[in-house]
Write a protein that binds this ligand. Structure first.
Ligand code: ATP
Ligand code: MG
Length: 286
């Protein structure tokens, strides 16, 4: 190869390796969506933020870390998701075999977004991890090849509403966590629990909290206003400027297995997820 001149690539196609090297490597930021409180908007945020990041020209890999398969269902219909879950190309198989996740990536119908699908077998992943060496870092190792390849700008991981060794794996594999929460008394209780849990993990993970995202907002409720004020008093907690209103288009979009902006571009939550994507991109350029 050493005796090629500068114009040779016009006549000789590059080999796969050369092509990879000639492309600019992306710095990959890994963000997880976590909150032990169920139904707080983790999967909805992960899917729609992922879509908006891709619309902004970013390359995105989504990792469905939950046995409920909700992230996968955001992009594929039920039959397709169940077929994927029954295949051997699932996150569960990768974790159990400590495989490079690159082998488990599938394309979604949207340009710039790929997915590692889940399976209901993820319900037993805590049990499987328990006997593994370095059990907190299995997902981190499975993702290391993809991160080093520089193929993606963002890897977004949807966590289940639990606080076991699998969620610890997700946090250890992440640079940042976004905590979606509903402005409700039990939403606050869940958030306080999450902060305790995250504080207890400081020795094993460097993941930082990028911010708390308030979801399913109904501004007619006084509790929402009080919640924003309470959160505002905790200077150490960043609350995203963007928040997501309750919007029935989200459910219709999920029914159609589409991101809400694809389903109805002008709907309120679509505009809000776009703004959230801008905040996340800006955070990275700080
Ligand atoms: N902004 C919104 N407006 C209306 N409905 C919403 C909104 N965000 C989420 N939902 C609905 O709320 C429910 C819970 O959302 P989602 O599944 O994203 O939460 P989750 O935190 O991932 O839940 P789990 O803890 O079970 O994984 C879903 O049925 C979803 O359709
Ligand atoms: Mg979920």
């Amino acid at each position: 190869m050493g005796n090629r001149n500068a114009y040779d690539h016009l006549f000789y196609p590059l080999s796969g390796e050369e092509e990879m090297a000639s492309r600019k490597k992306r710095k990959t930021t890994t963000i997880c969506f976590t909150n032990n409180k169920g139904g707080s908007g983790k999967s909805t945020t992960c899917a729609n933020l992922g879509y908006e990041l891709s619309v902004a020209g970013k390359k995105v890999l989504l990792v469905d870390g939950d046995m409920q398969l909700n992230l996968s269902l955001s992009f594929f219909d039920e039959d397709a998701v169940l077929a994927l879950a029954e295949s051997e190309k699932t996150l569960y198989e990768a974790i159990r075999g400590k495989k490079d996740l690159a082998e488990y990536v599938i394309e979604t119908p949207h340009e710039g977004i790929d997915l590692v699908p889940s399976t209901t077998l993820m319900s037993q992943v805590d049990y499987d991890l328990f006997t593994m060496m370095q059990r907190e870092f299995v997902l981190k190792k499975c993702l290391s090849g993809i991160k080093e390849s520089g193929k993606y700008d963002y890897i977004l991981i949807d966590a289940p509403p639990t606080l076991g060794i699998w969620v610890i794996n997700i946090l250890c594999a992440s640079d940042y966590a976004i905590l979606p929460m509903e402005a409700s008394p039990w939403g606050f209780f869940g958030l306080a629990n999450m902060f305790d849990f995250l504080n207890g993990l400081k020795d094993v993970t460097d993941a930082k909290i990028m911010g708390v995202l308030i979801t399913k907002v109904d501004e007619r409720k006084n509790y929402y206003k009080q919640a924003r004020d309470i959160l505002g008093n905790y200077k150490a907690i960043h609350v995203f400027e963007s928040f997501i209103h309750v919007d029935s288009a989200i459910e219709w979009a999920q029914d159609a297995s589409e991101p809400v902006a694809k389903y109805k571009k002008s709907t309120r939550s679509a505009v809000e997820f776009k703004k959230l994507a801008e905040e996340v991109i800006k955070h990275g350029s700080r």
